[in-house]
Structures are given as C-alpha cells and as structure tokens.
Design a protein around this ligand. Structure first.
Ligand SMILES: N[C@@H](CCC(=O)N[C@@H](CS)C(=O)NCC(=O)O)C(=O)O
Length: 217
C-alpha cells in the first residue's frame, strides 16, 4: 500500500494536526503542496475534495476530508482513542477543547498577527492553559488520558507548540504539568524525529499567508 498523501498548503494551518497525528504513529507520508488557485480548482473539478476544501488525505485507498474525521481515522486504526467508550469520550472531549484553543491562532492568516497574539494572550491562554494543566496533574502520567499517548495529547500539542513559538516557554511558567507534557510528548521518538524534520512547518510567514489568500480568496 502506498504511503498516505496529504493535500495541503506548505504551512501549518489545519494540516498541522494531520501531520502530527501521522508522525505520532510513525507513519511516513508524502505531500501534494497547494500553491496555486488552479490546483485546488482542478482537485475540485476532479472530485477529489468532498466539501471543496483541504486538508485531504489519501490513505488506505480512501480519500478523506474534514480534519477531525481524518485524524480520528488514523487514531482509531493505531489505537490512540483509548480502550473503553468512556476513555474515547474523554479523549474526544479534550481533543475538541484543544481545537477550540487552537482556533485562537487561525485568524493569523486574515488579521494582523499582533492583534491575534494580543487577543490570544488576553483570552485563550488564560482560559485553556489552566484547564489542561489541571487535567494533566489529575491524570498524573504526563498524558491527558491513561498512561500512553492518545489523540487528546496530539490535539493539545499543536496549540502548546504554537504558544511556545509565539510567546516562549515563559508562557508555561505557571503550568508545571504542561511543561512536563511538552517535554514528554516532544521527546517521543517518532514525534522528536518529525518535529526536527522538514514536514513540521515554521509558524505562518508572509509567503504562507499570501499563498492562502491567493489560492482561497
Ligand atoms: N471543516 C473543515 C474546514 C477545512 C477548511 O476550512 N479548509 C480551508 C483551508 S484551511 C479551505 O479549503 N478553504 C476553501 C473553501 O472553504 O472553499 C476541516 O476541518 O477540515
């Protein structure tokens, strides 16, 4: 079976969590980078994108869209959704919370980055960091649920990495369990290898922002 192929921009955005999930499972993947409007128009007219949107992942003979569906497919197959209905529900709940946290950073493509960071620092960081720190402390294993990595941890990793990229490690100073989480998850061998490699993109730069605008608007 061919390696999965991700169709997305050459940047983080919604594709970042798909890449992190594949990486956590040690699944190698290739990418078709979206750089021109004509490309996405062709993918749409060829029927590759069910809702006309990316990310899209070709995996196991499937063509999947909707970020949540994509990562759940991978997580389900690789055993990252817990070992009971209760654990799965908890993992999904925390994963959705981390996506809400992450949504604080998405407007960076449309709005001035300074404005986005001021708002995230005033509202999202004080709202989400204490909650995740508390859940981690209570679970006591360094992971959010159980004693091994799950989709909940992968979901949280992305906004934690964004927070550190934009505000420095200093932003976690009052959250020792989140500091431990960050160290633990980024040191998992598959994750460490991925994060040090070229498929982990840098935070949005002008080239990424102008490409997204050119392709989508
Ligand atoms: N609910 C979808 C949203 C995907 C989405 O908004 N993708 C953007 C790029 S990040 C897109 O393709 N926009 C083009 C459009 O909506 O026509 C998901 O989570 O995957």
């Amino acid at each position: 079976m061919a390696a999965p192929k991700l169709y997305y921009f050459d940047g983080r955005g919604k594709g970042a969590i798909v890449r992190l999930t594949l990486a956590a499972c040690g699944i190698k993947f290739t990418e078709e980078l979206l750089t021109e409007r004509e490309q996405i128009e062709k993918w749409r007219s060829d029927g590759l994108l069910l809702f006309s949107q990316v990310p899209m992942l070709e995996i196991d003979g499937l063509r999947l869209v909707q970020t949540g569906a994509i990562v759940r497919y991978i997580a389900d197959k690789e055993g990252l959704l817990g070992s009971s209905h209760e654990e799965t529900a908890r993992i999904n709940e925390l994963f959705e919370g981390s996506r809400d946290f992450m949504s604080a950073f998405y407007p960076a493509v449309f709005v001035d980055i300074k404005e986005v960071l001021e708002k995230a620092s005033a509202k999202s960081l004080p709202r989400y960091l204490p909650i995740f720190d508390k859940v981690l402390k209570k679970n006591g294993t360094g992971f959010l649920v159980g004693d091994s990595v799950t989709l909940a941890d992968i979901g949280l990793l992305e906004p934690v990495l964004m927070t550190i990229d934009y505000y420095g490690l200093e932003a976690l100073k009052d959250y020792p369990s989140l500091q431990e989480f960050h160290k633990k998850v980024t040191s998992l061998p598959n994750m460490a290898e991925f994060l040090a490699g070229p498929q982990r993109r840098k935070p949005n730069d002008d080239v990424y922002v102008s490409t997204v605008k050119k392709v989508i608007f």
